[in-house]
Design a protein around this ligand. Structure first.
Ligand code: NAG
Ligand code: NAG
Length: 488
């Protein structure tokens, strides 16, 4: 009898892994995710209680202390170590503190293409406790003025190449009493101050920590603009907590400390800035920065700079697949691609053509309080459900009437959660741990993204505007977008 029990128990144990695998072939992915998620949760709670608050800038400075000679940023033919980047940004901080009289809490609009100076300016502003508004360098006139004013910026810093765009709006900026700096040594525009020479002349010694002593996790760190199909861009308020959440995406996707990440997406958007730049700082890895995406140079750049991690948006993967085939298509070190919006057919093409690259599709809006990561690499899915994730960020898919363009209500006037496998509108509970910071000086648009009395009287949810479907394996699929916003 005992022998029999022993025997069946042992046999049971032997087939247990098989049994678990049959029930959930993604078990290992789920376990890895759980371990990473718990690690991240522990880190964030440590940062929150750390006095003074531990920001992404402090993480950068720790890298400077630990890895001073490691390459931080590579751009065209130049490269900068963590220590050099620290000094460059000290000069910026000193020049701006002296000549623009910036102080903690001021907002500065940054109007620059992807170049190392973008990063030095941001780090310099962070060292002064200032908030950076990241302007899209393609905007002009009315849109540019709107983006500048809606975050209450007092200072504009523009790249030398954007002189004409600045000239166009200069009279209005001056009327508003704004200070305008241009990153050139000889600018002939009246009312525009040279910045490059002031930065060059400044000392590279660190600025005092007191300058940013009151920054806390909820302080606005950045404004990132989301573009709508209609109307002017809206400035999403990105506080330090939000920066941290986005920075950890690289860890969730499996980026390692010996990776090299290629950042060619614009730094004025959350993909390039938060997931790319801030994520790389969080991991202490090297960034290869590129001014603009180029399909023809893409793989040569990856080979030249030993890139191992790339970011993408759906169209870019399609452009890459549409380039003429080459013999050396698989000759590169890229092992991981991180991004969103890749279509299933492109995904399959991409893998076949460029080799065994783990594609980690993510979902999330710049201003949203919910995101998903398809860490299991299932083709076509934008994410995977996980109970830890659901506990941390409670979300639901609700029935939506696409004709009337509103959620379907039950007899008591509440929304209806849809069963697995059906398409519904994603809503995420707004709470202390999952806040929605909204848009700067735009109460109306901020309110529009909120849903009240969803399941009980008085509850509050973020309306993602996205129709999703979750299959019986727990994979999340994008179905459609409602309302007037693009996915950005
Ligand atoms: C910018 O610098 C150049 C040379 O350093 C100088 O000639 C010019 O007057 C400066 N312009 C302004 C607006 O300060
Ligand atoms: C890339 O890696 C190769 C081989 O490991 C090395 O020889 C080369 O110097 C690296 N290039 C760069 C830009 O780091």
């Amino acid at each position: 009898m005992i022998a029999y029990i022993l025997y069946t128990t042992l046999a049971g144990l032997a087939v247990l892994p098989l049994f678990l695998y049959l029930r959930n072939p993604y078990l290992m992915n789920d376990i890895n995710y759980a371990i990473t998620a718990l690690r991240i949760a522990r880190k964030i709670s440590k940062f929150k209680t750390h006095k003074p608050f531990y920001s992404i800038l402090d993480c950068f400075l720790d890298n400077v202390a630990k890895l001073p000679h490691k390459k931080f940023l590579v751009f065209e033919e130049s490269s900068f170590t963590f220590s050099q980047a620290d000094k460059e940004s000290n000069k910026v901080a000193r020049a701006l503190s002296t000549h623009a009289h910036l102080k903690e809490g001021d907002t500065v609009a940054v109007f620059l293409e992807n170049e190392p100076m973008f990063v030095w300016i941001w780090l310099g502003l962070a060292k002064l406790g200032c908030t950076a508004a990241l302007l899209n360098y393609n905007i002009r006139s009315k849109s540019l003025l709107h983006c500048f004013s809606c975050c209450e910026a007092k200072v504009l810093i523009a790249g030398a190449g954007l002189r004409d765009a600045v000239e166009e709006v200069l009279p209005t900026l001056k009327q508003q009493g704004a200070r305008v700096f241009i990153l050139s040594e000889d600018c002939d525009l009246d009312g525009v101050e040279n910045l490059s020479d002031k930065i060059q002349q400044a000392s590279d010694q660190p600025v005092s920590l007191h300058l940013r002593a009151n920054i806390h996790i909820k302080s606005p760190a950045l404004y990132i603009y989301t573009s709508g199909t209609t109307g002017l861009p809206k400035a999403a308020v990105i506080n330090h907590e939000r920066i941290w959440m986005a920075s950890f995406l690289q860890s969730i996707a499996g980026v390692r400390s010996d990776d090299v990440v290629f950042v060619y997406l614009p730094l004025y958007h959350s993909a390039g800035f938060l997931m790319g730049l801030c994520g790389a700082i969080e991991k202490g890895i090297t960034i290869v920065l590129k001014r603009k995406f180029s399909a023809s140079q893409f793989w040569n750049d990856c080979r030249k700079y030993n890139v191992t991690v790339i970011q993408y948006i759906g169209e870019i993967m399609r452009y890459l697949c549409n380039t003429p085939k080459r013999d050396n298509d698989k000759d590169h070190k890229v092992r991981l691609a991180l991004g969103n919006g890749i279509r299933s057919d492109t995904w399959a093409d991409f893998l076949q053509r460029f080799g065994d690259i783990h594609i980690c599709e993510c979902y999330g809006a710049t201003e949203g309080n919910i995101g998903f990561v398809n860490y299991a690499g299932k083709i076509g899915a934008i994410g995977r459900e996980h109970f830890l994730h659901k506990m941390a960020c409670p979300y639901k898919l609700i029935r939506y009437d696409t004709e009337k363009e509103e959620p379907v209500k039950d007899s008591r006037g509440f929304c209806i959660e849809i069963p697995t496998g059906e398409t519904g509108l994603l809503v995420a509970k707004i709470g202390e741990k999952t806040p929605f910071s909204g848009y700067a000086r735009n109460k109306q648009q901020t309110e529009k993204k909120k849903l009240r009395n969803v399941f009980v009287k008085g509850d509050l949810y973020f309306n993602s505007g996205d129709l999703l479907k979750i299959d019986d394996e727990g994979f999340v699929f994008f179905q459609d977008r409602i309302g007037d916003t693009f996915r950005t």
